[in-house]
Design a protein around this ligand. Structure first.
Ligand SMILES: [Cu+2]
Length: 163
């Protein structure tokens, strides 16, 4: 009987010590581990932006063949599809010797695209998060190539925003 009581006591003491050590360990590490888990829980709430790349007059052609028979100044792609609430991280590489803009007043975008060259394109960067579904016209507001500026898919075009 005494042996059983002794074993129970030893087990109780070991459990108490383990709990005590655990409590001390939690007290020492508790604050940092709980803040780390809070940060990990809140971090994924912002969805990653979707990368979109456009080029202007990229080699080797230096433009896009138009119905006018020439190779014309153009953004590629000239049409984009986006989704409401998604953030798009847009990069424009301009290989043309002309400056341009990518202007879309309905979405508050007026990106100024500096002059570039075949070997060293200028790089323009902006983000846009469409708030409302619809079809929106974008255009280049800098006088560049007259035909392209008047033709969708070249220096103007549409983006379709889906709900
Ligand atoms: Cu232009």
């Amino acid at each position: 009987m005494n042996l059983v009581v002794g074993i129970v006591l030893v087990v109780a003491v070991v459990l108490a010590l383990t709990a005590g050590v655990g409590a001390i360990w939690s007290a020492v590490t508790g604050s940092s581990s709980s803040s780390a888990s809070t940060a990990a829980a809140s971090a994924p709430r912002t969805p990653a932006a979707v990368a979109v790349k456009m080029t202007i007059d990229a080699p080797p052609l230096g433009g896009v063949k138009g119905s006018n028979g020439g190779v014309d100044e153009a953004y590629v792609p000239g049409a984009l599809t986006m989704t409401v609430g998604t953030t798009y991280d847009v990069t424009i590489l301009n290989y043309s010797k002309d400056g341009h803009t990518w202007t879309l007043p309905d979405l508050n975008v007026n990106a100024v695209v500096p002059v570039g060259s075949t070997s060293s394109p200028s790089v323009t960067h902006f983000t846009v998060t469409p708030k409302k579904a619809g079809t929106y016209q974008w255009f280049c507001a800098v006088p560049c190539e007259k035909w392209s500026m008047a033709t969708n898919g070249f220096m103007r075009g549409y983006i379709v925003v889906k709900a």
